[in-house]
Design a protein around this ligand. Structure first.
Ligand code: NDP
Length: 283
């Protein structure tokens, strides 16, 4: 029951109408018996400083931050975790001494997803498609997991070069230059928004010859449950999973930070089951 001691957490973003974060966090709170409530606020670009000042004064426990605030909000934090600082984006803010401390749990969510499905990329050259906001955390995670180098394929090569070109382990190519990647047996992570519901039939690369090189893949899109990209990987004999576990595990990591408590595997399994029913009902 909500009472005067209920901790308040929320998502800050624009838009926020279709977010699953309240569903995940409130379910975790229920199973973990934490007295907290989680909602979502649509916040205009440029207003995050004002929001955080008021929230701090009211003792709001924590926030998740999504598009378009993940980078801009850094200017208004009292502290930032080292990993989030390396990534250059935050998705979690926790009430601390003089304000809010920023963290990035997207990378941890992606790492946990890869571990769950047994994809080991240590010492390998891997492929990442996309160079948007999510790619920052995914690239950081790929190197944390021991990748030797990353081919980054993006529609805008200039943007990818500006963001990731300074690190010489990265090899940046346009989407149509995938033929320059030699050999086979690659792990590939799909980080563009191409193929996201209702655009279910499209993949950022459609040439079958590309998919013959991939034997393991993650599409960080989670709706539809099987994207056109995943279908192509599977058709060519590879294993492919979607991004629902990444979404769930980044939320679990945020929840742990907000409430300074661990989350049981039993609660995670219960929330995952409920989440799948909710996202994929009727599909
Ligand atoms: P951004 O808008 O920051 O980046 C979009 C990316 O998609 C860019 O690389 C962009 O290329 C590319 N792109 C967009 N349209 C096209 C197109 N028509 N053809 C080729 N490439 C295109 O988005 P995010 O990085 O924040 O999110 C990307 C996806 O990841 C979304 O679908 C989102 O739902 C999903 N996501 C999943 C998460 C999870 O937990 N599972 C977490 C975060 C995101 P260019 O740079 O050339 O514009």
């Amino acid at each position: 029951m909500i009472d005067a001691g209920t901790a308040v957490c929320a998502l800050l973003g624009d838009p926020v109408e279709h977010t699953l974060s309240p569903f995940i966090h409130n379910s975790l709170a229920e199973y973990e018996k934490v007295n907290s409530v989680y909602t979502a606020f649509r916040v205009n670009r440029g207003d995050t400083g004002t929001v955080l000042k008021g929230a701090y004064a009211m003792g709001i426990r924590g926030f998740n931050v999504t598009v378009p605030h993940k980078e801009d909000v850094i200017a208004y934090l009292s502290d930032i975790d080292r990993n989030a600082s390396e990534i250059g984006a935050v998705n979690t803010l926790c009430l601390s001494g003089g304000g809010y401390k920023g963290y990035n749990t997207d990378a941890a969510g992606f790492i946990r997803e890869l571990r769950e499905c047994g994809f080991d990329i240590r010492g390998e050259e891997v492929i990442m498609i996309g160079a948007g906001g999510a790619a920052n955390a995914v690239l950081n995670a790929l190197y944390s997991l021991g990748a030797r180098g990353v081919y980054i394929l993006n529609r805008s090569v200039k943007k990818a070069e500006e963001k990731f070109g300074a690190d010489k382990r990265n090899k940046i190519l346009s989407l149509s230059d995938h033929g320059k990647i030699e050999g086979e047996g690659y792990f590939c992570v799909q980080c563009t928004s191409v193929g996201l519901y209702p655009d279910n039939e499209r993949a950022p690369i459609e040439d079958e010859s590309f998919f013959k090189k991939i034997n393991r893949a993650v599409d960080i899109i989670y709706n539809p449950s099987e994207t056109a990209f995943m279908k192509r990987v599977k058709r060519n004999g590879g294993r492919a999973v979607n991004g629902l576990d990444m979404l769930l595990f980044q939320a679990v990591e945020s929840f742990k930070l907000f409430h300074a408590k661990d989350v049981s595997e039993e609660s995670i399994d219960l929330v995952r089951k409920k989440l799948k029913e909710r996202v994929y009902k009727g599909s």
